[in-house]
Design a binder for this molecule. Structure first.
Ligand code: NAD
Ligand code: 3PG
Length: 389
């Protein structure tokens, strides 16, 4: 029986992928084999020694101590693209809310008093305060052209906007997916200098902290707006609020309220709602459950942020050994020598490294005596060994 601890609510559609006769799931599971979570902050958590895998039902992994997990030989999985459409829709909504002063105007009508005739009069008198602008011809700068950024860029083009994008690490598949009219910027400064709106779709890390600072805010076109549906800390909130208060910018739309922004009349702050749709929650949960299950049962690795991609079909009449080890010379030699010394015949084998880690999957004819696994476990540099029948 595999035991799965959930640190956040995970959609039942995902948990249903884990058969009840071989998986136990719950929040209070002790000695879990795997952890599933969304935004729960794991940094201060004591991760039990039993944990073999961590699955993030979502994109960002800054809430997970990925380096510490790597040191313990634990793969961290996420679900690239599974919530991208949900975020794209909210970014588009954010642009419309800002361009048409919808939040302020709605607030105005909600506070009107009187009978319908007087309401109608006040509506006609008040509407001039909420005149907005249209999106075609305005320029949207998209920082980060991954799963979300590409969708936002293409949707903005479909709305008639000029779009300029910046992503030094763009993948070939993202580049293929981008609409031809999206223009390339060669730096964040260039992008910001060409934009009315900017929207940020990068992970939060040491390179992206404070990416949008006071200098860059000042480069945006006058009357511009900033959208942050990535993470708090990527944008310097104080700099954006100062630019709004000085009349340079018109709005700041974000998913990460602070005391500075939550009641500011020109900040539209949402409670981290980007991925909170039924569809996105189901997609993320299904994807992460499938990935973690394939790792637990077969040792395969799909969409890990710290381990290599590995997909080796199970050989017939074999047991499988998986080994996580430091990426140093002669590990593979020592593993295969140990198996040969025990008289075991390797039917299939796969080895791949990523950064400081390497991962080996070996299918051995017949069964693998547990004492042989212990010898492999004792090789210097080996972090984890599993035998899967
Ligand atoms: N608000 C929400 O609910 C919500 C939902 C999903 C994702 N997110 C956030 O959005 C981020 C992006 O998600 P995604 O699914 O598009 O991820 P992704 O991995 O598909 O794309 C991220 C892109 O950012 C690029 N990048 C990294 N550093 C960069 C930099 N300094 N400058 C320019 N580009 C850079 C990468 O090359 C990559 O193409 C996540 O890491 C997460 O923090 C928020
Ligand atoms: O990185 C993500 O996928 C989002 O920020 C979604 O977070 P959530 O799963 O807590 O809504």
């Amino acid at each position: 029986m595999y035991k799965i601890q959930t640190l956040n609510n995970i959609s039942a559609k995902g948990l249903d992928r884990l058969p009840r006769d071989s998986y136990e799931t719950g929040t209070e599971i002790s000695a879990p084999d795997a952890i599933l979570l969304r935004s729960y902050k794991m940094h201060d958590m004591q991760v039990p020694d039993s944990v073999l895998a961590v699955g993030r039902a979502g994109a960002g992994v800054n809430n997970i101590p990925v380096d510490a997990m790597s040191d313990q030989g634990i793969p961290v999985f996420n679900t690239p693209g599974a919530n991208a459409n949900a975020v794209k829709e909210l970014v588009l909504a954010g642009m419309f809310l800002a361009a048409r002063n919808i939040c302020q105007a709605w607030d105005y009508t909600r506070n009107l008093d009187g009978d319908d005739a007087s309401l109608s009069k006040e509506v006609e008198a008040g509407k001039k305060h909420y005149r907005g602008f249209e999106l075609p011809g305005r320029t949207l700068g998209v920082i980060g052209l991954g799963a979300i950024g590409v969708k936002v860029a293409n949707a903005a083009r479909a709305l008639g906007m000029n779009v300029v994008g910046f992503d030094p690490g763009i993948t070939v598949s993202s580049a293929w997916a981008l609409e031809a009219g999206v223009r390339q910027a060669h730096s964040v400064d260039e992008l910001v200098g060409r934009s009315d709106f900017i929207t940020i779709h990068v992970p939060y890390n040491e390179h992206t902290a404070n990416l949008i600072n006071a200098d860059r805010v000042a480069m945006l076109h006058k009357g511009g707006a900033v959208l942050n549906f990535s993470r708090a800390g990527i944008v310097d909130d104080q700099a954006v609020v100062d630019a709004i208060d000085s009349g340079h910018l018109t709005a700041y739309i974000n998913d990460f309220p602070t005391n500075l922004t939550k009641n500011h009349p020109k900040c539209i702050t949402l409670p981290h709602l980007g991925a909170s749709t039924t569809e996105a929650e189901d997609n993320c949960a299904i994807m992460v459950a499938d990935q973690v299950r394939d790792y637990l049962e077969n040792g395969n690795i799909h969409n890990s942020v710290n381990f290599p991609e590995v997909n080796m079909p199970r050989a017939e009449n074999c047991e499988r050994m998986t080994v996580v080890n430091a990426n140093v010379p002669n590990m593979l030699g020592q593993i295969s020598t140990t198996l040969a010394d025990a008289g075991l015949n390797i039917d299939d084998m796969y080895n791949k490294s990523r950064g400081d880690l390497a991962y080996t999957v070996v299918d051995v004819a017949g069964s693998i005596p547990r004492e042989v696994a212990e010898v492999v476990r004792g090789i210097k540099g080996v972090l984890k060994v599993r035998v899967l029948d």
